[in-house]
Ligand binder design. Structure first.
Ligand SMILES: Cc1cc2nc3c(=O)[nH]c(=O)nc-3n(C[C@H](O)[C@H](O)[C@H](O)COP(=O)(O)O)c2cc1C
Length: 221
């Protein structure tokens, strides 16, 4: 596959077939992740690949915690907002637009809005979830290196015919992950990647919008 096709063809997948991901393919996507650049080649990422019985248990434990409103930590390790500075108006507009269009797309696919939101906590029924960690000792700045690794992983997955969704919503129940996989406090729960074969749900044809370059780029010469 051409690089351009991978970059522009990849999209978040939010409904998966139950078919498991062969270990060999998991290894290929992880090889792509660790090939990405990192600050001083420190390679600050760590990946926990969760599937089968362990994934079922994780989903069950998150479901239980959700019901009991227990262990919920809205603060999360890594916030997608800042307490000191307000969210830029255009950022809020883009995410509101995404949410509205996603819910609309789910409704068209016959999924109730509330069920769709809840399915985040089941990793959209993906047969594999990859939890991405980073030791806090690397410093916040190293998170950009981890992000580069995740993008490589998503593109490699797409090239292999797999679908993926980069996720943070399930980390609202970070304590469940920490307890189950014995993750110490000195590691950030960076993100979790849902991975598997896309179902033919129309939800997977959803195409997110982008603002035109003029909005985000300035040229100086
Ligand atoms: C850090 C991060 C966290 C995300 N968390 C979620 C999530 O929890 N649930 C979800 O459905 N999508 C999540 N996404 C996917 C974004 O909504 C998606 O990348 C964006 O809308 C652009 O769409 P695309 O991936 O199809 O190009 C996340 C993406 C990133 C980069």
């Amino acid at each position: 596959m051409e690089l351009k096709e991978a970059i522009f063809g990849r999209r978040s997948i939010r409904d998966f077939n139950p078919e498991p991901v062969p270990k060999e393919l998991m290894e290929q996507v992880l090889q792509a992740a660790v090939r990405s650049p990192s600050n001083s080649n420190r390679q600050p990422w760590e990946f926990l690949v969760i599937s089968g019985e362990k994934l079922r248990e994780l989903v069950e434990r998150i479901g239980l915690a959700m019901k009991q409103e227990r262990e919920k930590d809205q603060r999360r390790d890594l916030k997608t907002w800042d307490d000191q500075y307000p969210m830029p108006e255009e950022g809020a507009r883009r995410s509101n637009h995404l949410m509205r269009s996603l819910v609309e797309s789910a409704t068209q696919a016959g999924i109730k809005a509330s069920d769709f939101i809840q399915s985040n906590f089941r990793f959209f029924n993906a047969p594999c979830a990859i939890l991405v960690l980073m030791d806090k000792g690397y410093g916040n700045g190293a998170l950009v290196s981890v992000g580069a690794g995740i993008e490589n992983l998503l593109l490699q997955a797409y090239d292999l015919g797999l679908g993926s969704c980069w996720m943070m919503v399930p980390l609202e129940f970070g304590e469940v992950f920490r307890a189950m996989f014995e993750i110490p406090e000195h590691k950030y729960l960076v993100s979790v990647i849902a991975l598997g074969y896309p179902s033919d749900s129309s939800l997977n044809r959803f195409r997110s919008a982008r603002d035109p370059l003029e909005k985000v780029v300035k040229f100086y010469d």
